[in-house]
Design a binder for this molecule. Structure first.
Ligand SMILES: NC(=O)c1ccc[n+]([C@@H]2O[C@H](COP(=O)([O-])OP(=O)(O)OC[C@H]3O[C@@H](n4cnc5c(N)ncnc54)[C@H](OP(=O)(O)O)[C@@H]3O)[C@@H](O)[C@H]2O)c1
Length: 214
């Protein structure tokens, strides 16, 4: 299924300061474009750290929008998501999945969250090809990955990213900031994931670069 990676970074590819502050790096126009992109996908996916740090809704919020809301998916091996977070509180209105490697947490299930248990790899994290198959089995046919850096790197390492929507703000955060893409463990430059730029647009003060996998 088509998988799109979204990045909203500083010029130097950072998605948050060292302390985790990330709102907002890009401007209003870029954020509107992200909402439009969400509306074009079946599911929006984030990692547990983003869900815990930002408590995002991951909904489409555009003026006059009355279309369907994409499902939300959180990769959360140990089901650390709080019952008080926005996604859990609205799980009965908008399909919300937690992908875990452990037995479904009764509190999350009672709140209407659909916990998908998949096999683990490495550091006991969900194996991504299995995750994608499980989401396909739920009838979801496109995924919009919104980070953070560890999750972005995992999808890239597995060769699962078909396109990148990169919003770049004219600020610099520096090396201590959180990277938009975590470690890729490349053996050499020839192993680097390779993308072709298909478009560049100005959105407010930011640049929107669009890439497709070579
Ligand atoms: N600027 C932006 O647009 C933007 C967007 C998103 C996030 N952010 C910022 O980025 C920061 C969080 O990013 P992050 O890189 O630290 O964390 P992250 O990628 O959001 O989440 C990583 C966590 O996801 C869980 N996970 C489960 N399966 C995984 C897999 N296959 N691969 C990788 N992780 C998996 C792991 O926790 P378990 O082991 O517990 O499962 C892991 O620690 C926050 O500060 C947030 O504000 C900014």
């Amino acid at each position: 299924m088509p998988i799109t990676l979204k990045l909203a970074t500083s010029l130097d590819g950072r998605i948050a300061t060292a302390s985790g502050e990330s709102r907002w790096i890009t401007g209003e126009a870029a954020r509107q474009a992200v909402h439009q992109l969400r509306s074009e996908h079946d599911a929006v996916l984030v990692g547990a750290e983003t869900a815990l740090a930002d408590d995002p809704e991951l909904t489409v919020r555009l003026p006059g929008y009355s279309g369907r809301q994409p499902a939300r998916v959180v990769l959360d091996s140990r089901q650390r998501l709080s019952p008080d977070c926005k996604m859990v509180k609205t799980a009965r209105q908008i399909p919300t999945y937690v992908v875990s490697t452990t037995e479904p947490d009764p509190g999350l299930v009672a709140a209407g969250v659909q916990v998908i248990q998949v096999r683990a790899i490495g550091e006991d994290r969900p194996e991504l090809k299995t995750v994608v198959q499980a989401l396909e089995a739920e009838g979801l046919s496109s995924i919009f990955v919104e980070g953070g850096g560890q999750v972005a790197a995992s999808f890239l390492r597995c060769g699962l990213v078909d396109s990148i929507e990169w919003f770049r703000a004219p600020i610099l955060i520096g090396g201590e900031g959180r990277p938009g893409i975590g470690a890729l463990a490349l053996a050499g430059l020839t192993a680097a994931p390779h993308f072709r730029r298909i478009e560049v647009r100005e959105v407010g003060d930011d640049l929107w670069e669009r890439y497709a996998r070579v």
